[in-house]
Structures are given as structure tokens and as C-alpha cells.
Write a protein that binds this ligand. Structure first.
Ligand code: 5CA
Length: 437
């Protein structure tokens, strides 16, 4: 993509409404634009990151055998009456009436809708287990939307729902998601600590929040100090194997959110305990028959008796992750994208756009990099080198290739690694080999 043609509305000044660095940088880098409180448009650069995160989430779901569907954003109120959550959910639910005066709502989550789909489509224990997910916009009328996409009113969530015949099967499904979450966040370079958590309006008695420690996090969390040095999960998972030993291993060190943590009963001595702030990037719930029972989602068991389905639900804040990743990856100059989610791999800078030779060499390199399948944002604008460097650092692409008349005369291009700041000269024809994996 040529920057001269790209829609990248950068802000020079720090926007006053943005209190935390990720919000500030997302606005300054032209990634999002607020449309009303807690509701954002995703502009080309932000949209690319959102899609890359979504794709990692999708791949890790698919690996577990979960199947992707897409449910609507608008739901009928009657479904929520069946579970008694229509009244319980309160002010956060956006309630709507259609032209026929039917009560509808913009979905804040989908337990009822998925239970309705599954009760109509599954009749026998032989059809189990099933795990269905979608990646869809949600609406929660948060009292205090803030911090940009971190606490939005409209936000993108991956949510899935597991259906099993019995509690043992449901725990295996829970363990699968638990491990898949560790893998998902690890692929983004994030250490998300699984913490025992309260289940709130979703319900149930087993739940973990996956928390990325950050000063700007909204949750107060407590964990064993050894979590700070723990490595992130690097291994492949055999999802058909017994995952309970892995689950135990990853929950052996104490970690809990403030709703669960009790100083009196905490097993970790005070000097070994870390009190910190966290960004909740995902949450898993096991709630048994809380929805299947009242909604009549049953199957016929092997003995011919009807049994209510054992269910769990699992959410990842896809749009929140964009902010969380910036909180974890930035410096004074701007964002530093991990390669796995970067909007482009390489930023190619032509230092002298008005110089015909330099432009021709950059054009050629741009074509070759693209030909090698590398995603490039090519700064071909007629701007000062300083402005170009600042833009590239702000938007945080992992690698910069910088070419000016002087380098061209020597047959070299400068390669700057955004994260380390390392600079080195490469022979022009080696630049492609350096990036084509
Ligand atoms: N039905 C369950 C699991 S699918 C559920 O809704 N869980 S949740 O309430 O914990 O939300 C899942 C994830 O969505 C959270 O972990 C968080 O990362 C993200 N999320 C929740 N509320 C918001 C919000 N207002 N803005 C941005 N992301 C949010």
C-alpha cells in the first residue's frame, strides 16, 4: 500500500479525551474514530490489526474442533425471558422495539440464542459434544465507557459455547478452551494469567479471567510472585488427550481477581503475593444446566432418559485486545506491533520522493517485496525525512526499510528494527531475502 493513497488520518496533538496510552496512540495513529461514547469506527490501519487478531483467535478455536457460526446482533426478548435474564440483565442491555412493537435487544452475549439453536438441532447423546463459536459485535450500555476500545459499548467478541452430556465431558471442554486461550494469547506475545474469577451475570461456579498485567488495567488482581517470571505457553496441545494435568499445572500458582481473593484465606504469604492491575482479555465459564434446564435443551441419553445439556461459555475481547496489545507494546515514539498482529510487516521509506532515481529504486523494491508476499506500507509521500520517521515509529510496523540518494549511490538500504532500534545497512538486493521467510 502506498502511503500517498492510504487513508491514515494522523493526529499531531495528543487528544485530550484519551487518558491511557493505547487510546491516545490509536487515535493519533488514525486507527479508530469515535462515533459516539464507547462506539468506534475502525479505519484501515486499525481494521487490519483487528482482523489479524480475529484470525489468530479463529485458528486457535478451529484447532480445538470448535465450529464457527454467525449469530445476529439483534435478538428477540422472548428468548431471554425463558432464562429469566431479560429482567435481570439491567441497564446494560440495549432494548429495542421494532415497527410491530416486538421487543428486541442488541445482544450483550449469546447464551440464550445458542441454547435455542442447539435444542432445535441436537436430540441424542450421540450428537455430543459440540462447541460452536462466533466472532460478532456486542453491545453493553456501560455506565462509564472509557479508555477507547478497552471498555467500549459496542465491541467485538469471540464467544463460544460448549455442550456436553455430563459434567466430566463439560470439564474436558472447559480445559480445551482454557488451553486454547493460553495458546491464543501466547501467539500475540501476551502473557495472560488465568485467574479464578467471579461469574457475574453469566452464572456458574467455575470461571477464569485471563488477565494481562498493566498499570492501566481496570481489574484489581492478586497473584503469586512467581507468575511474573513464568514463561508463556509455547507448546502444541493435543486436544484429544486428557488435559486435566495441563490445567492443574497452569492453575497451580495462585491467581485470583478481587471478587474472589480473600486476604484471610489466601494460600500465598503476603511477601510472595503481588497485587496488581490487569486487563481482562478473556473469560471462561462452566455453568452446567443453568440455561439448558429452563430452556429445555435436552438430549436422550444412552438409557433412553432425557438429560439437560451441560454447558460452558468462553469469551475473548477481540477489540479490547487491540488496546491491550498497545498497552503492552509501545514506547515514547509510538506503537511497537508484535509481528503476529502487525498491520503491515514492513514500512518502506523513500527519503527523497522528488528524486527520480530514488523513487524508481523504491518502486522496484516495493514491487519485489510485494511479489515475495510481504505486506508493505510504502511511504512515497513528498514529506521531510523527520516527518516520515515519526510516522513510521508512531504506527509501529516491525521493520523499516529506509532508502535515500546516499544509500542508493552506495547500493545500500537501511534496515531499522522498530522494537530494538537496531539499524543496519543491507545491500539492496539482500533486503528481499531478509524478509521473505
Ligand atoms: N458469554 C460470556 C462468555 S462468551 C461473556 O460474555 N463473557 S464476558 O462478559 O466476560 O466477556 C468476554 C470478554 O469480552 C471479556 O473478557 C472482555 O475481554 C470483553 N469485554 C467485555 N466487556 C467489554 C467492553 N465493554 N468493551 C470491550 N471488551 C469487553
Amino acid at each position: 500500500m502506498r502511503l500517498s493513497q492510504y487513508f491514515l488520518p494522523l493526529l499531531r496533538e495528543n487528544p485530550s479525551e484519551a487518558q491511557i496510552v493505547s487510546h491516545r496512540l490509536m487515535l493519533r495513529a488514525g486507527m479508530i474514530r469515535q462515533s459516539s461514547a464507547g462506539i468506534y469506527s475502525w479505519l484501515p490501519l486499525g481494521h487490519r490489526v483487528l482482523k489479524r487478531i480475529e484470525q489468530i483467535v479463529r485458528e486457535e478455536q478451529d484447532r480445538t474442533g470448535a465450529q464457527e457460526i454467525l449469530m445476529p446482533t439483534i435478538q428477540p426478548a422472548d428468548l431471554w425471558r425463558e432464562s429469566s435474564r431479560y429482567e435481570d440483565y439491567g441497564e446494560e442491555m440495549l432494548r429495542i422495539r421494532d415497527r410491530h412493537d416486538r421487543e428486541m435487544l442488541y445482544g450483550p452475549t449469546n447464551e440464550e440464542m445458542i441454547t435455542d439453536i442447539v435444542r432445535a438441532g441436537i436430540k441424542s447423546y450421540r450428537d455430543l459434544p459440540k462447541n460452536l463459536y462466533h466472532i460478532q459485535w456486542k453491545f453493553r450500555d456501560e455506565v462509564r465507557p472509557r479508555f477507547g476500545v478497552m471498555r467500549g459499548r459496542e465491541f467485538l467478541m469471540k464467544d463460544n459455547y460448549s455442550f456436553d452430556l455430563d459434567a466430566a465431558g463439560a470439564k474436558h471442554s472447559y480445559n480445551k478452551m482454557f488451553m486454547a486461550y493460553l495458546r491464543t494469547f501466547a501467539r500475540m506475545g501476551l502473557k495472560a494469567i488465568p485467574m479464578r474469577a467471579d461469574t457475574g451475570p453469566i452464572g456458574g461456579d467455575l470461571s477464569h479471567e485471563f488477565q494481562v498485567l498493566a498499570e492501566t488495567g481496570e481489574s484489581e488482581v492478586y497473584c503469586d510472585r512467581r507468575w511474573l517470571d513464568a514463561e508463556i505457553l509455547a507448546e502444541d496441545i493435543d486436544y484429544d488427550s486428557d488435559l486435566e494435568p495441563l490445567f492443574r499445572q497452569w492453575t497451580a500458582l495462585y491467581a485470583a481477581t478481587d471478587e474472589i481473593h480473600k486476604a484471610e484465606s489466601c494460600p500465598v504469604p503476603p511477601n510472595e503475593l503481588v497485587t496488581a492491575r490487569g486487563i481482562e482479555v478473556g473469560q471462561t465459564f462452566y455453568f452446567g444446566t443453568k440455561y439448558s434446564q429452563p430452556m429445555g435443551a435436552v438430549v436422550t441419553g444412552a438409557d433412553g432418559e432425557e438429560v439437560a445439556l451441560e454447558m460452558g461459555s468462553y469469551g475473548i475481547g477481540v477489540s479490547r485486545l487491540v488496546g491491550a496489545l498497545i498497552e503492552a507494546n509501545h514506547d515514547e515514539a509510538g506503537i511497537i506491533w508484535p509481528e503476529s498482529v502487525a498491520p503491515f510487516q514492513v514500512g518502506l521509506i523513500n527519503l527523497r520522493a522528488a528524486d527520480a532515481k530514488c523513487a524508481a529504486a523504491c518502486d522496484e523494491l516495493y514491487a519485489k517485496l510485494r511479489g515475495a508476499g510481504i505486506e508493505v506500507l510504502y511511504d512515497d509521500r513528498d514529506e521531510s525525512p523527520g516527518a516520515k520517521f515519526a510516522t513510521m515509529d508512531l504506527i509501529g510496523l516491525p521493520d523499516q526499510l529506509i532508502l535515500g540518494p546516499r544509500g542508493l549511490a552506495a547500493g545500500n538500504i537501511e534496515w531499522k528494527h522498530r522494537r530494538t532500534g537496531r539499524r543496519q545497512d543491507l545491500p539492496l538486493d539482500a533486503a528481499i531475502a531478509a524478509f521473505a521467510a
